[in-house]
Ligand binder design. Structure first.
Ligand code: SF4
Length: 463
């Protein structure tokens, strides 16, 4: 990955000649996925909206030195590193990057840079990185950004700086152990990056398009869902605001496609209204995974008209009883009746399932097979049916956090069973049980996880 070349190819990135505070935004994954991360773009443009702050991006994809995309500055030279972690396996990646940048991964051995880690998994459980990060930021950063800016002016007085951070809602440390998660209450008045980084030479994971968030949070309360647990409750942008973002954003970024972000897009009338708006305007759109019981024929037609060829839904299980036991009581008929509509529209489907759920029996696996077979019998095209199977991981803060996770061998046996039947009639993929178990292990280790994580990172470096 040639960072200088990336910078030259990009549109809308930022360079500052004069600034007082230098922040690295560490993204522990690939450059392509960083382009599709709305959260990463949001914090980049938000921090840079303060004249005195210059925030640069550091992506961990390359094997060379960890330097910023904007100016080639090594990670160790920044005042502050903000790292984002979407899930637990990114922790060893963050530590590996620190080690290779000759920065101690233990906060007690480090003065500068100050390390702050945010993102969904540390928000749900900050303990595993508690001895690594100076602070874990729990929640949505725009909610406290102004207070953060007031504190950063004391950065040359580390004691005072840390004291100030510690008093801001959402800034967790092993010392203060605050349980508060900081969220934005009014999306309309909060910061949104209308200008977004584009790179004509790189296809983002979600394709090219303007990322627009219509809502945050979800009130459905499925027992296993960490995303809804950390975002507390559903908040929506107003219709006018969303339209303003779409119109301005498409123009300034020179795009004609919108990628919507929402945990449950059709949970209010807003989703349908906005989708109709973009369809009527001839704008292409991509819709996130939708709740099956919020769908109807009109909405599926709109999704198709927006240019999407595949509908993504998550039945989670093959039968109603098991689905109900995890807090997602969607009737089987509701799932199956989508098939005819998809056939009429010549659309495909992507189905997400979980295995290893408490109380799961062999007949539940057979019910998944029967459900996929039903879609196959209707759509008669393997390429139009995608199946993704994921081991159930009890996640912190959810109602199922104290459930036991199944062993990797048993999960793999179940996946092999499903794979043998379903790969004949669908494009079958699964999340490896060993990696799922690793996520579970990291969370279970609590504040002592750093020993395991550092060892894991060192092993990656040796390999
Ligand atoms: S509907 Fe989706 S986002 Fe909402 S709680 Fe259930 S799984 Fe989570």
């Amino acid at each position: 990955m040639d960072k200088g070349k990336i910078f030259q190819n990009e549109v809308n990135n930022i360079i500052k000649k004069r600034f007082d505070y230098h922040i690295a935004l560490l993204y522990p994954s690939t450059y392509r996925s960083s382009l599709s991360s709305l959260g990463y773009q949001l914090i980049y443009f938000y921090l840079n909206s303060f004249e005195e702050i210059f925030a640069e991006r550091v992506i961990t994809e390359s094997r060379g030195d960890y330097i910023s995309i904007e100016t080639g500055t090594p990670l160790s030279k920044f005042d502050i590193i903000f790292a984002s972690a979407h899930y637990e396996l990114e922790y060893p990646e963050i530590i590996r990057t620190l080690l290779r940048s000759r920065i101690s991964p233990l906060k007690e051995e480090r003065n500068r840079p100050i390390l702050i880690i945010g993102g969904p998994s540390p928000t749900a459980n900050p303990f595993p990185m508690g001895k690594v990060a100076d602070f874990i930021f729990r929640g949505e950063f725009e909610s406290t950004g102004k207070k953060f800016f007031d504190s950063i002016q004391y950065i040359d007085n580390p004691k005072k700086f840390k004291e100030m951070l510690s008093s801001i809602e959402g800034f967790w440390s092993l010392e203060n152990r605050t349980e508060k998660i900081s969220i934005v209450k009014d999306l309309d008045s909060s910061f949104f990056p209308i200008i977004q980084i584009q790179n004509p030479h790189t296809e983002p994971i979600l394709g090219k398009g303007l990322m627009v968030e219509t809502s945050r949070g979800c009130n459905r309360g499925c027992f296993f869902c960490m995303e809804s647990a950390i975002s507390l409750f559903r908040r929506e942008r107003s219709e006018n605001k969303i339209i303003e973002l779409i119109e301005q954003g498409l123009e300034v970024n020179n795009l004609n496609r919108v990628i919507f972000f929402s945990l449950s897009f059709f949970d209010s009338a807003l989703g349908e209204k906005i989708l109709k708006y973009v369809v009527d305007r001839g704008i292409e759109a991509s819709i996130p995974s939708v709740r099956i019981d919020s769908l109807d024929d009109n909405k599926i037609e709109l999704i198709k008209k927006a240019g999407q060829k595949t509908l993504t839904v998550a039945p989670e299980t093959g039968i109603y009883e098991l689905r109900k036991s995890i807090g997602k009581p969607i009737k089987d008929e509701m799932i199956l009746q989508i098939a005819e509509k998809l056939k009429a529209l010549d659309m495909g489907i992507k189905l997400y399932y979980m295995i290893g759920l408490p109380g799961e029996r062999q007949s539940d696996l057979d019910a998944i097979i029967a459900q996929v077979e039903y879609f196959w019998k209707t759509l008669r095209n393997k390429k139009k049916i995608k199946v993704s199977v994921n081991p159930f991981i009890p996640k912190p803060l959810t109602k199922m956090e104290n459930e036991k996770m199944e062993e990797a061998n048993e999960l793999q046996r179940k996946i092999d069973y499903l794979n043998a039947k379903l790969s004949k009639i669908s494009e079958f993929e699964y999340y490896p049980p060993k990696l799922a178990r690793l996520q579970y292990t990291i969370n279970s280790l609590g504040e002592n996880a750093h020993v395991f994580l550092i060892e894991h990172a060192l092993k990656k470096i040796r390999d």
